[in-house]
Write a protein that binds this ligand. Structure first.
Ligand code: C2O
Ligand code: CU
Ligand code: CU
Length: 422
């Protein structure tokens, strides 16, 4: 956990080796270390400096996924940092409490660099998040959980090019926070899990092995209005959710785990001693998120059609071109983006659609209200084949921002465009 009173954060992309498997060194990338990165905690209203430096032997960028930041600091493909070079990103945190993340974004190398280990979390806190009776004791009852699948070769190395799948690289080995066979020790109390799907392509549906429900409290970009009871939640690449699991009803002898829809264990819990922490205050008013009538009635001004597979993925029949601006939008003005995932002869696949530099609202999915789980700020939305979603999109800053499919190989293959906000 990195929290700097003076607002200055040093973040270096580094090469290293990590002992993921016992007594074997795997070559990896990491931020401020050999694998993955720190959790950076910032407060709304603070002016923050990210002093980024590239200690890799190839160019990279530092992209802050979900952060509302002026375009020049966004770290998209235009912001390459050469090996040995640094860049300062200065901005004022101006969005509500949320769990965001950061990762590289160089054109043609994003998927591989993320795969090798470049990813970290950003926690935004505000007056609201600090005053709510939520579990917020970092590493005690408030845990970051980054889920990633990887494929190791017979030397236990991450040989991305050998396993690359143009429709999304998946692996047979699950890592949680970079750890093989993880186990999380929790108290007999309410515990907050901040889930990030940091995989290149795999989707996860999280459930408890007991079938018990848990509470979702936040989406990608902020709190829901009140906790909602759910028994499963699906996250596609890039998406986050915060959930609260009440372990006070379980005992140390109970085998409690997070499992996927097939019942495979994603993360087993070890339940520790009884805790007496008070977290019983009601959480009915976490937020006041709403899609307004005005937003609901806005005509569609941008239409996007997602199509294709493998090397042939497109948005509006086009592939990414650094030198082409696909759309423009005025700073501070809300527009309705309509996104259609056009099926192909094979049916098609889910594309997790992401927009940089903003948190948007989901107005409708196929003309209907989104589920309660999606009634909150989002920066990435899973769009199924045949679906049409309407989003209310507003940028609070100026600059050039990417929008793309967050299956990183699709993004790499050109399923990306640019919107210039001025
Ligand atoms: Cu998570 Cu374009 O990024
Ligand atoms: Cu992003
Ligand atoms: Cu896609």
């Amino acid at each position: 956990l990195l929290e700097q009173k003076n607002g200055i954060y040093h973040i270096a992309a580094q090469l290293g080796t990590t002992e993921i498997f016992k007594s074997v060194q795997t070559e990896t990338y990491g931020y401020n270390g050999s694998f993955l990165g720190p959790v950076i905690r910032v407060n709304k209203g603070d002016t923050v400096t990210f002093k980024t430096s590239n200690e890799l032997s190839e160019p990279t960028t530092f992209h802050w996924h979900g952060l509302e930041i002026p375009g020049e600091g966004d770290g998209g493909p235009h912001h390459l940092i050469q090996p040995g070079k640094s860049k300062d990103v200065i901005f004022t945190v101006n969005q509500e409490a949320s769990t965001l993340w950061f990762h590289p974004h160089p054109e043609g190398a994003t998927a591989e660099q993320v795969y090798k280990g470049l990813a970290g979390l950003i926690y935004v806190e505000d007056e609201n998040s600090k005053s709510l009776a939520l579990p917020n004791d970092y590493g005690v009852n408030d845990f970051p959980l980054v889920f990633q699948d990887r494929q190791f070769d017979d030397k236990k190395q991450l040989n991305y090019k050998a396993v690359l799948n143009e429709d999304g690289t998946i692996g047979d080995t699950l890592l949680v926070n970079g750890t093989l066979n993880p186990k999380l020790t929790v108290g007999k109390e309410k515990v907050r899990l901040r889930l990030l799907n940091g995989s290149n392509a795999r989707n996860y549906t999280f459930q408890l092995n007991t079938g018990d429900s848990f509470q979702q409290i936040a989406t990608d970009g902020g709190f829901l209005n009140e906790p909602i009871a759910i028994s499963e939640i699906t996250l596609t690449p890039g998406e986050r959710a915060e959930v609260i699991v009440d372990f006070s009803k379980f005992n140390a002898e109970n085998d409690i785990s997070l499992v996927n829809e097939a019942g495979n264990i994603l993360l087993p819990f070890k339940i520790g001693e009884h805790k007496t922490r008070e977290t019983t205050k009601s959480l009915e008013n976490l937020n006041d998120f709403a899609v307004t009538d005005e937003e609901r009635n806005l005509p569609v001004s941008k239409r996007l059609e997602l199509f294709g597979m493998g090397m042939h993925v497109t948005i509006n029949d086009k592939q990414f071109d650094m030198n082409r601006i696909d759309f423009t939008q005025k700073q501070g003005e809300t527009e309705t983006w309509e996104i259609y995932n056009k099926p192909d002869a094979m049916g098609g696949m889910i594309h997790p659609f992401h927009i940089h530099g903003t948190q948007f609202k989901i107005v409708s999915i196929d003309g209907k209200e989104p589920s309660a789980s999606l009634h909150g700020w989002k920066d990435t939305i899973a769009i199924e084949a045949g679906q049409t979603v309407k989003l209310a999109v507003k940028f609070n800053n100026k600059g050039i921002y990417m929008f793309h499919c967050h299956v990183l190989e699709h993004e790499e293959n050109g399923m990306m465009g640019q919107v210039e906000v001025n």
